[in-house]
Write a protein that binds this ligand. Structure first.
Ligand code: ZN
Length: 255
């Protein structure tokens, strides 16, 4: 049976039988895998904190012929979202862990099973690193990750021209659900407005690294507009809303 060892990101885990856990993880070289981690629920000795969502690490796993589930033997973590949170206020810690879950869920939704997607892996790993350091705005990082996931899928709409009449944008625009894109205000009298500041951020963010993105001071209102626009765009493409996005919103309103 072939043994594989790869840089990986843990996406999520769930209980499997009495003592085992199923671990969904994204490998750098062979796409998304599901593996059984023996005894991971009963004993934390083997895996420790290495199975937290968005943990980066080296995973050793064995593929078994004719079986969809691999056997996950080991994850040697090189970084987890848990590191560094002991030294920040509890609200900030909750925000980071909430976003770790959110990024992991986004990657899980968009990564195909067993098909390599190196760029998606690199985005996830870089976002995880930026979140661990998180010196700045986790919300800006979240908008960055959303933009890039949609771009890598080839579905991020044009920020230069109206999706309906092709006019070049010169100011605030609207998001049109039917067009799955941004349109000029002449083309749509209603729908969420995306301000000039938010459009500016859309032009600025993709050219940066996640580390730089997290340090960009973005206006809170612009971030909220983009959060809503991206939620609509992603739901249109995934045909469902994401669980952890709602958790973050609830967290935000209770802080
Ligand atoms: Zn138009």
């Amino acid at each position: 049976m072939p043994v594989h060892c790869a840089d990986s990101l843990v996406l999520r885990t769930f209980a499997y039988g009495e003592a085992d856990r199923i671990v969904v993880f994204l490998t750098a070289d062979r796409g998304k895998k599901r593996g059984v981690a023996k005894n991971a629920s009963r004993s934390r000795r083997r895996f420790g904190a290495a199975l937290e969502p968005l943990t980066r690490g080296r995973a050793t796993y064995v593929e078994r012929e004719g079986r969809e589930l691999v056997r996950l033997d080991r994850v040697e973590p090189s970084g987890t979202p848990l590191q560094g949170i002991a030294s920040v206020p509890v609200e900030e810690a909750a925000r980071r862990l909430g976003h770790a879950l959110y990024f992991a869920e986004l990657l899980d939704e968009w990564a195909p099973n067993d098909a390599p997607n190196e760029r998606l892996y690199r985005l996830g790993a870089a976002a995880a690193r930026a979140l661990e350091a998180a010196e700045g705005s986790v919300e800006t990082l979240a908008r960055y990750v959303e933009i890039w996931i949609l771009r890598l899928e080839g579905v991020y709409p044009s920020i230069e021209r109206c999706a309906r009449c092709s006019a070049v944008f010169g100011g605030p625009v609207r998001l049109s659900r039917i067009d799955r894109g941004y349109v000029c205000r002449q083309c749509r009298p209603d729908g969420p407005v995306i301000s000039r500041e938010a459009m500016e951020l859309l032009r600025l963010l993709p050219a940066r690294s996640p580390d730089e993105a997290v340090r960009i001071g973005s206006p809170a209102a612009a971030l909220r507009e983009l959060e809503m626009a991206h939620r609509i765009l992603m739901a249109e493409h995934l045909d469902k809303p994401l669980r952890s996005a709602r958790v973050i919103r609830e967290l935000g309103s209770s802080l």
